[in-house]
Design a protein around this ligand. Sequence first.
Ligand SMILES: [Mg+2]
Length: 327
Amino acid sequence: MDRQARRTRGSDDAAAHVRRKETRAVRPAPVRNEPRVKHAYEKKTIALVYDFDGTLCPRPMQEYAFLPKIGVDAKAFWAESNRIALEEGADPLITYMHLLYKKAKAAGVRIDRDDLVAQGRKVELFPGVEKWFDEIDAYIQECDHGEHVAVRHYLISSGLAEIIEGTTIYKRFHNVFASEYWFEAYDLPYPKRVITDTGKTQYLFRINKGVENLGESINQHMPENVRPIPFSHMIYFGDGDTDVPSMAVMRKNGGHAIAVHAPGKSKEKGTELFKAGRCDFFASADYRRDSELWRRTCLLIDRMLADIRVEEEIWRLGREIERKGIA
Ligand SMILES: [Mg+2]
């Protein structure tokens, strides 16, 4: 396949990827601003939202295949990227996305969209991550008292959507919001979407409001009572300072946050976030059933399941009064 054909195919794949995710995302979201008659209580979805680097996998995802392929030392790369961003007053995320390909070009290595997806297969995950999603889904089913509470897993990452697509857990996410490239615009791939630390919070609101189609504006006012997934039904998982804006948004809006640290490594960041009230809990990034992380996550889930039952009963009572009046 010649280069042009590969580019076109890559670009079509990219467009298809976005369309697929958007279509999937739009379908289940019961978002309406206008009042309508509801026959069943609808807010019975729990959302678990994850950061990727340092949270689900030990190292930045580019370090598993991209940087070794172009012969660049990871530590030196991030140091150079941060130095350039600082000197130029540039956004650190745009800077790393640009520098990555500048280095690849200098090394004479062409890496297209398919190559990035293939790199995803090399990404290492923390213990238990691959089974975590099924185990959590099963736990909720076991403990929801027949209420049919749904669970969705979301990923919000400043890393690359293409690499995430190649990982074994990609299919487990209801939606993936990550930085992404245009591959056909110029000689070097050009950032299409850049998800910064503060930018991540936009996606929390998209999940909260059910506005996951990126073509739709998130800024339109939507009363709390019509938002399909209240923050109180959400848990955010992150590993450090880059997650502070997301954790702050979660906690200020009645949601939950858990900070993780690499197993056997320092708990200093988690302790700091916990003391500052950024997270409900912190734990080692051990996703196996019965780990500390599992136990603490399930504690929050237990509370959310109880809340959902209480909220549903209040909704039922309110609806009865609406129908029958005070008597
Ligand atoms: Mg992280």
